[in-house]
Each structure stands twice: as C-alpha cells, then as structure tokens.
Design a protein around this ligand. Structure first.
Ligand SMILES: Cc1cc2nc3c(=O)[nH]c(=O)nc-3n(C[C@H](O)[C@H](O)[C@H](O)COP(=O)(O)O)c2cc1C
Length: 398
C-alpha cells in the first residue's frame, strides 16, 4: 500500500528508539522507501548501523559532514525525496524545537524545510508529557498542520505509570497509510465486514472454535476506511485492535454473529464475509464445568445457521463477497460455493495462512475470471479486493 512512497523517519533520543526498527520493517514490507535521520541523542541509544541495515539506505546523522552520504545539503536532498516525514519516537525536545522554529541539527533543520505531511509520535515520561510547555508545543504544532499520533497509557521504563508510551506500531502504520493513501475512491460507500472465529460454548470455560485470527477482515476494514468507506466491522473474539473510526461490533457465538449481521445488513451496499463462523455448535451447553469422570465424552453437535447462505438467498442489490478456506480442488470448490451461495466474488484462502500476516489467495468473479495473487501482506490483498469490488460494483457510479 506504500509502493512508490518515500518516508523519512526522524529518530530523536528516547528509549522507544528501538521500536523504530519494527516501524521501518513494516513500512518497507508495505513497499515504502525509507530514509532515517537521527539526532545526536538518538545515536546514544542505538547505532545508525542498525537503521542503515533495516532501511537499506545511508542514515543521515550530520548536517555538516561533507563526506557523509554524498548529500551536499542533506536537509534539502531529503526534503525533495519525502512524501511524508514521521518523527517516531518524538522527544519533548524535538517537539519543542519544531514548534518554535529551532534548527540546530540535521533532524530539526529538516523539519523546518519540508512541505510534505509531518507526523509526530511522541514518547516520554508521563510527567514530561503533562508538562505545560510540552502540551503548548503540541498545540502549536497541530495548529501549524502537523499530525500527532498520541501516546498511550501504561507503565514506562522508569517505573512511572500514565500517558507517554509510544503509540502501538500498528496505529502508527495505520496513520501513515491513512495520510498517504487518502484515495477516497470508496467515499460514502457502506461496507459491512465480518471477521475472526466464533466460539461455541461447551461449558463455562470450554468452547469449540477455529484458527481464524481475523487479520484479513481487519485489514479489509482498515483499508476500506482509509479509502473513505463507512465501515461496520463485526468480529469474533480476539486480540486484534479494531481500526480507528469504524463501527465495531463484538460478538462471540455464531448466533450472535447472525443477529449482528441481520441488524446491520440493510444499510450495507457491500458485505464482505471473512469470518470463520462455526458450522456446528454443541446441542447442550453445560451450566457447570464438566468433570473428568469417564474415559470418553460424546458431544452432540448441531448445525448453526449458514449466515452467508442466508445473505445470498435474500440479497437485494447488495454486493456479496465470500471467503473459502479450501485445501483441495481450490478453483472447482470455490466456483461451486460462489454459485451455491449466490456470491458476486469469492476469495479462496490459503488455509495455512490463517494466523499469518501474509497470505496467498485466488479471486474468482461471476464472469469466470480467475486472479491468483502471489503471497503478500494481507493489507495489500485487502487493497486489491477493494479495487476489484470498486471496479465491478461501482464501475459507473464512483
Ligand atoms: C535513558 C534516557 C531515556 C530518555 N528517554 C526519553 C524519552 O523517552 N522521551 C524524551 O522526550 N526524552 C527522553 N530522554 C531525554 C532526551 O534524550 C534528551 O532530552 C535529549 O536532549 C533529546 O534530544 P533530541 O530530541 O535531539 O533527540 C531520555 C534520556 C535518557 C538519558
């Protein structure tokens, strides 16, 4: 999703500098070209060598060293490359300098030289964060057009608790994507997405479920939101953080998933069913924990409602997308499911990629077109699926 984009990461001197390693890896995985600029203080925490290896570019650490990096005027050379500058972690000090126009090292000078979007992800001790000077610098930066990715609450390295931890890496990456990919080509389209596995209770502590992580559905929700859609995400339980600004509905069982889909389906122009909803549930859910009394235990399972089938039978102009986790006869089984469930599009999923960040899928449409996508990030697959939906369902209207 970041192919062709150049992102400059500014590193200032805080403990969270090590987290920038992961940010760089993720940005590069999404196709971005990354350049790193470090303040002298940042270099006390981690050596530029690490970032040279991760970014696969020279690391800029000095404004005046002629020999460094073949960039005679580094801040201008970098300015000319940049689609976005992200300062993560941003210290109280760099926020103060940027807010007040101070340019005394290569990073602070760069921040005054750019015209592209500027994003700060501050990280510091909670007492520093609450300091009035820091807060008024933030206000000034926001007024000047910078974007702030606010820190989170929690314990920080020095033992204090409160706001000041660097935002989650996923939140930072999502924000960068939102800024750089504001295509808005799905502006105003209502999209309902289901994600994750359901859980069918056996007793108060045991349940039947499956390995679906929800990553594909969450990637679709995030990507659709970035492209301007109004997204409702109905999800089974899991540890993933819902993307910001989507309507999030948490469910547990297949029955709850069914009810939630029914509640939201009428407003949706597109429904994408990535959830792995249980096909069967125990006929009886025991109210008390089952005791280990005999050598075997028979559980009677009964069918749950087939939500996708029900949607297909009663769809009224809604564009319906299904996912099929197949391990044999991929194309034949996928085509059969598309026909049987009256789908407009079906994505055949690699079953071994359920919990992974990457997958390999095949997209089948009603015209019989078969599009295999090579193994790639689920975020990239999500973008391609949304392109496909846009080009078929909304070809004439968007
Ligand atoms: C161990 C250690 C950790 C620090 N962590 C932070 C931090 O997380 N956030 C912050 O704003 N400053 C932190 N500082 C203070 C900055 O390093 C210091 O203000 C420095 O001047 C920042 O310079 P820079 O903004 O040019 O990188 C830390 C200092 C030390 C010694």
């Amino acid at each position: 999703m970041l192919k062709g984009k150049t992102i400059i990461i500014g590193l200032s001197g805080g403990i969270a500098v090590y987290k920038a390693c992961d940010i760089i890896r993720k940005l590069k995985k999404q196709g971005a070209e990354v350049w790193v600029v470090m303040t002298p203080a940042a270099q006390k925490f981690i050596s530029p060598l690490t970032f040279r290896a991760l970014s696969e570019n020279p690391v800029i650490t000095d404004l005046f060293d002629e020999k460094q990096n073949n960039l005679p005027v580094p801040h201008i050379a970098l300015r000319n490359k940049a689609d976005l500058v992200l300062v993560a972690p941003a210290t109280a000090n760099i926020l103060g300098k940027a807010a007040n126009g101070i340019a005394d090292n290569v990073l602070s000078t760069l921040l005054l030289s750019i015209k592209c979007p500027l994003v700060f992800a501050p990280a510091m001790n909670p007492v520093m964060w609450e300091n009035k000077a820091v807060q008024s610098n933030l206000l000034r930066l926001k007024k000047n057009g910078a974007k702030i990715i606010y820190p989170e609450k929690g314990a920080v390295v020095c033992g204090d608790e409160g706001e000041g931890r660097l935002a989650e890496i996923s939140t930072i990456i999502e924000n960068v994507n939102n800024i750089l990919n504001s295509k808005s080509d799905l502006e105003g389209v209502n999209i309902l997405i289901t994600a994750g596995a359901t859980r069918e209770a056996i007793d108060p502590i045991r349940f039947i479920s499956n390995r679906s992580s929800g990553k594909m559905g969450y990637a679709l929700a995030s990507c659709a939101k970035t492209r301007g859609a109004n997204v409702t995400l109905i999800s089974g339980p899991g540890s993933l953080k819902p993307p910001s600004n989507v309507k999030f509905v948490q469910v547990v069982t297949a029955q709850e998933m069914h009810e939630a889909v029914n509640e939201h389906r009428d407003r949706a122009q597109v429904i994408i069913m990535t959830a792995a909803i249980a096909d069967y549930r125990p006929r009886i859910t025991f109210m008390q924990k089952l005791q280990k009394r005999s050598d075997s235990l028979n559980l009677e399972l009964i069918k749950t409602i087939d939500v996708l089938d029900e949607l297909g039978k009663s769809k009224n102009g809604t564009y319906l997308v299904g996912f099929a986790a197949e391990s044999t006869n991929l194309i034949e089984n996928g085509k059969e499911k598309m026909q049987k469930k009256n789908l407009d599009l079906i994505i055949i999923n690699d079953v071994s990629a359920f919990e992974e960040d990457h997958s390999e899928v095949i997209i089948l449409d009603r015209s019989g077109k078969i599009e295999p996508l090579p193994r790639q990030e689920k975020a990239l697959i999500a973008d391609t699926i949304l392109d496909k939906i846009k080009n078929t369902k909304f070809a004439s209207s968007l």
